[in-house]
Write a protein that binds this ligand. Structure first.
Ligand code: ATP
Length: 614
C-alpha cells in the first residue's frame, strides 16, 4: 500500500474523512470530514486564526460562497480560470492534459505550456487515456472553466458562481473594510471558508477536490512606505527551491535564513519573505515534517502575469510534492480591476505629515462649443481634456490641444478649455494599496499533517500504528478509560471525564474492549494522553499524592480484566486517588493524582510541561 492509500484507509476507518454521498454512488471530489477529521480541521483552523489573525493583529470576515457574475468578470476568473482538458475519443473520459504530461514525462509544470505544445507532447510520448488505455494522440487540448455556475433566484437572468477562491470576498468589499480599518494602511483581512473548483480530475483524496476550505490573508500595504517586521523572522531558516535551481539539472534546495534570502534577492518581496518565515514556524507547530517540506518559487511561465513574486509551500507525500500554500505579491491588480469594473473607489486617502502646496492644472471646457462641435462625443472629449491637464499640462501651451477618444483625434482651441494652473494646498493623496497574499489550502494541510504524523513501531511484540500529532492539533486530547466497567471504576472515570471536559479539554470516554485495544484506538487517532481508572484509583483520595517519581513502564499492557489488576505492571505500590496517565508516543505511563489532573493535562497539551517533568 502506498503512503496515500494507507492514510486514506486509516482516515475512513477512524473517521477522519471519507467520500461523500456514497449511498448514492458519490460524486468525485467531495469528501466529508468525520468526527476526528472535523475536530482536526477546526484545531488547524484555530491555530491558523491564532497566528495570522490574532498575533498579526488582522481582522477576519466571512463572505458568501455565491457571488454575482460581474465580480468574476472583474477578477478575470470568467475569462481565464481555465485548466487544459483532453477528452478520450474512445470512452469519452476527460482528463487534465497538463497532469497527464507531468505524470508521463520529466516535465514538472506543464500548466505553463501552450495548449498546442501539450497536445504535441501527448502524441510524442504516446500518452494513453488512463481509463481505457486508448491513445490520446491527436485529441484536441481545450480550455475548461473551473467555476461552478448557478442562477441567483428563479430564471437565468442573474448568473452567479460559487467562488473559486475566498479572496474575492475580501477584495470586493475593500471600500467598507478600509473604512473599518480607519483607512490606515497597512491592514490585513483574513477569511477561512469554502472555495469551489470543478476540477477535471479530482484525485488523491483531499489533495485535489471540488469543494475545499481555504484560509486566506489579504494584507493591504502602502508600496511606498510600509515594510514588514522582518527582524521578527530574519533568522528562520527556509528550505528554498528557487526558480533558477529548478532550471538546472543539478539544482536543488538551499537552506537560507529569511534575511539571507532577501539580501541575496532570492525572495524579491520582503513581504513575501516575511510570510515565508512566519509560515515555516507555523507549519512546524502544526506537525508538518520539515524534512519533507520546501518553498518552491514559481517559474516565469507559471506565475500570474500581475504577480511579481510567487512561492508555494510544498509538502512531500508518497514521493510527490504537493502545493499546500501559495504566497504572492499581487500588486494593485485586484483592487484596480474591481475599481474599473464597479466604478467604486478602491483607494485609500493617504494623509501627508504636513500639507503641501502644489500647482494644479485644471480645465473647465466650454460645452456650448464642444457640444455642437463633437456631438455625442463631447462629454468624452471633456473628460479626456481633464485627464490630459492632470497628466501633461504642457500640452495646453499652444493655441490648440488634441485628445484621443475611442481611437479618434479631436482638436480643441485651448481658450475653449478654460485651462488654468492654480496653487492648491493638498493634505494627502489617494493611493491604491498593494496586496500580499498567503493562501492556505486547509484540506491539503490536513492530508500532509496526517501523512507526516503517521508512525508505526512495535509494542509488546506487536506492530502499532499511531499518529504523532502535536497535542494542540489532536482531535482528542485525552482518552479516559475505566479499567473495568464495574465496582465504581466506571462512575469515577465518568466523573473524571466530565471534570476534564469542564476544564475545556477534548475528551473521549471508552469502556469497551481490552485496555490495550483501547490504547491502540486512541493511538490511531493521535490522542496524546490516556487516563486509566483502576482499583487503586478508588482508594482514599486523601492519600493521593503526586507520583512524579513513579516509574514508567513499557506498554502493557494487556491488563488482566478478569483479575481486575491495574494496567500498571511496574511493581510500584498502589497510590490512592490516582490514575495512570499514559503518553502516546513513548507509551510511558505515570501515576498521577486525580486532584489537579485537568491542570496537568492542560499544561502537557500546551507544552508548558513535559511528561518527563512529571
Ligand atoms: P493547483 O495548481 O494545485 O491547482 P493552485 O495554484 O490553483 O493549485 P491556488 O489558487 O494558489 O492553488 O489556491 C491556494 C491553495 O488552495 C493551494 O495552495 C491549495 O492548498 C488549495 N487548493 C487549490 N485547489 C485545490 C483543490 N482543487 N483541492 C484542494 N485544495 C486546493
Amino acid at each position: 500500500m502506498s503512503e496515500g492509500e494507507r492514510l486514506t484507509e486509516l482516515a475512513k476507518r477512524r473517521g477522519f474523512y471519507f467520500p461523500s454521498s456514497s449511498a448514492y454512488g458519490g460524486a468525485a471530489g467531495f469528501w466529508t470530514y468525520g468526527p476526528q477529521g472535523a475536530a482536526l480541521k477546526s484545531n488547524i483552523e484555530d491555530a491558523w486564526r491564532d497566528r495570522y489573525v490574532v498575533k498579526e493583529g488582522h481582522q477576519e470576515i466571512s463572505a458568501p460562497d455565491v457571488m454575482p457574475e460581474p465580480v468574476f468578470e472583474a477578477s478575470g476568473h470568467l475569462d481565464g480560470f481555465d485548466d487544459m482538458i483532453v477528452e478520450c475519443g474512445e470512452c469519452g473520459a476527460t482528463h487534465r492534459a497538463d497532469h497527464l504530461v507531468e505524470d508521463n514525462t520529466d516535465i514538472e509544470e506543464a500548466e505553463s505550456l501552450p495548449n498546442e505544445e501539450v497536445m504535441d507532447l501527448i502524441a510524442e510520448h504516446g500518452i494513453e487515456c488512463p481509463s481505457c488505455h486508448t491513445s490520446l494522440a491527436d485529441q484536441p487540448v481545450d480550455n475548461f472553466n473551473l467555476m461552478f455556475e448557478t442562477n441567483i433566484g428563479p430564471g437565468s437572468s442573474s448568473p452567479g458562481y460559487l467562488r473559486p477562491e475566498t479572496a474575492q470576498g475580501i477584495f470586493v468589499e475593500f471600500p467598507q473594510l478600509s473604512e473599518y480599518a480607519r483607512n490606515q494602511l497597512p491592514f490585513g483581512v483574513a477569511q477561512i471558508g469554502k472555495a469551489y473548483r470543478n476540477e477535471i480530475s479530482p484525485r488523491k483524496s483531499l489533495v485535489r477536490v471540488r469543494e475545499f476550505t481555504q484560509a486566506e490573508l489579504e494584507h493591504f500595504v502602502d508600496p511606498e512606505e510600509d515594510e514588514p517586521p522582518l527582524a521578527e523572522v530574519e533568522d528562520v531558516v527556509l528550505p528554498l527551491y528557487a526558480a533558477a535551481e529548478q532550471q538546472t539539472d543539478d539544482g536543488g534546495q538551499r537552506e537560507l535564513t529569511v534575511r539571507e534570502a532577501v539580501d541575496e534577492d532570492i525572495v524579491e518581496s520582503e513581504w513575501v519573505a516575511y510570510y515565508l518565515g512566519v509560515s515555516k514556524e507555523w507549519y512546524e507547530r502544526i506537525g508538518v515534517d520539515m524534512d519533507r517540506f520546501r518553498y518552491r518559487q514559481h517559474l516565469a511561465g507559471e506565475r500570474a502575469h500581475y504577480a511579481s513574486d510567487c512561492w508555494d509551500a510544498e509538502s512531500e507525500v508518497d514521493g510527490d510534492w504537493i502545493e499546500i500554500t501559495g504566497f504572492a505579491y499581487r500588486g494593485d491588480y485586484d483592487l484596480s480591476k474591481h475599481a474599473k469594473h464597479s466604478g467604486e473607489d478602491y483607494t485609500v486617502f493617504k494623509q501627508y505629515d504636513e500639507p503641501i502646496t502644489v500647482d494644479r492644472a485644471t480645465v473647465d471646457p466650454d460645452m456650448s462649443y464642444l457640444g455642437p462641435e463633437f456631438g455625442g462625443s463631447a462629454g468624452a472629449v471633456a473628460d479626456a481634456l481633464e485627464a490630459l491637464a492632470e497628466r501633461n499640462p504642457d500640452a495646453f501651451d499652444d493655441d490648440e490641444v488634441t485628445v484621443e477618444v475611442d481611437g479618434k483625434s479631436h482638436t480643441v482651441p485651448v481658450d475653449k478649455t478654460n485651462f488654468s494652473v492654480d496653487e492648491v494646498t493638498e493634505n494627502g493623496e489617494h493611493i491604491r494599496p498593494h496586496v500580499v497574499e498567503p493562501s492556505f489550502g486547509v484540506g491539503r494541510i490536513i492530508y500532509t499533517v496526517l501523512a507526516h504524523s503517521y508512525e508505526t513501531d512495535e509494542v509488546d511484540g506487536e506492530e502499532r500504528t499511531y499518529l504523532g500529532l502535536p497535542p494542540e492539533q489532536a482531535p482528542t486530547t485525552v482518552g479516559v478509560f475505566p479499567l473495568m466497567d464495574k465496582d465504581g471504576m466506571d462512575d469515577l472515570a465518568t466523573d473524571i471525564a466530565d471534570d476534564l471536559r469542564a476544564a475545556g479539554l477534548s475528551v473521549t470516554y471508552d469502556d469497551s474492549g481490552a485496555i490495550g485495544r483501547r490504547y491502540r484506538r486512541q493511538d490511531e487517532v493521535g490522542t496524546p494522553y490516556c487516563v486509566t481508572v483502576d482499583y487503586e484509583s478508588l482508594e482514599d483520595d486523601s492519600e493521593a499524592q503526586r507520583a512524579s517519581d513513579s516509574a514508567s513502564s513499557a506498554e502493557p499492557r494487556s491488563a488482566n480484566r478478569s483479575s481486575g489488576q491495574s494496567p500498571r505492571e511496574d511493581g510500584d505500590e498502589p497510590r490512592a486517588g490516582t490514575v495512570t496517565v499514559r503518553e502516546r508516543d513513548t507509551t510511558e505511563q505515570k501515576r498521577l493524582p486525580i486532584d489537579g489532573l485537568a491542570e496537568t493535562l492542560e499544561q502537557l497539551s500546551t507544552g508548558d510541561r513535559t511528561f518527563d517533568d512529571l
